[in-house]
Design a protein around this ligand. Structure first.
Ligand SMILES: [Zn+2]
Length: 211
């Protein structure tokens, strides 16, 4: 049985408060103290939130939400895409630990988003790594409709819109791409929320607070 965790909305508040501390350059003593304690492997972990974020070195969830060891279950992959292993990881934590909040977090100046846009615009037929394509090919269908709008003429605006559209698509995929997660949402109140981390300000904007 999962250990008791806090409801999704309370978890969201805890993340917002942690991010406010990070932005203000203040640190939680509790989170800092947790770093010097060794974990007892016999005690079941009880992460209060699951974060699916980008692998970008500037976007570590534990730091920008000012959380300690054991607080967050973090999955990081370039472009915060949702492939089967990411869904499986979220299912694992939500089912095993009873965690009630999932946050899909993109960020400004994301290299994976820029690489996707570049690959869609360039005409070079140089062969690309299949592994890299497995990431950009998941982002491209989300970005494609934006390329046919006015945004195509304004690169920074296009990249910003693409980042948010990609987060929304990943969150939607988690909400509806897994029977287990869908059941946990409907019966146990699991929340899946999108967010964007701004590298310059440090602020995380939760833009999709629907359950
Ligand atoms: Zn990124």
């Amino acid at each position: 049985m999962p250990s008791s965790t806090i409801p999704g909305l309370d978890a969201l508040t805890r993340l917002r408060e942690g991010n406010t501390r990070f932005v203000a350059n203040v640190r939680s003593m509790e989170a800092l103290a947790s770093l010097s304690k060794r974990i007892d492997p016999l005690v079941q972990p009880s992460p209060f939130a699951i974060i699916l974020g980008c692998a970008d070195s500037r976007a570590p969830a534990e730091t920008i939400f000012d959380q300690g060891l054991g607080d967050l279950f973090v999955i990081r992959v370039a472009g915060n895409i949702v492939a089967p292993s990411q869904i499986g990881s979220v299912e694992f934590a939500a089912e095993r630990y009873g965690t009630q909040l999932v946050v899909v977090m993109g960020h400004s100046h994301c290299g994976a988003i820029a690489a996707t846009v570049e690959s869609m615009q360039e005409t070079s037929d140089q062969p690309k790594s299949r592994n890299l394509l497995s990431i950009t090919d998941r982002i491209a269908p989300v970005v494609a409709p934006l390329m046919h709008t006015e945004l195509a003429k304004d690169r920074p605006a296009l990249l910003r819109a693409a980042t948010r559209a990609n987060v929304a698509a990943s969150a939607d995929h988690l909400r509806h791409g897994s029977r287990l997660l869908e059941e946990l949402r409907l019966k146990n109140g699991l929340m899946v929320v999108g967010a964007e981390y701004d590298l310059e300000t440090g602020v995380v904007d939760f833009f999709d607070p629907a359950p």
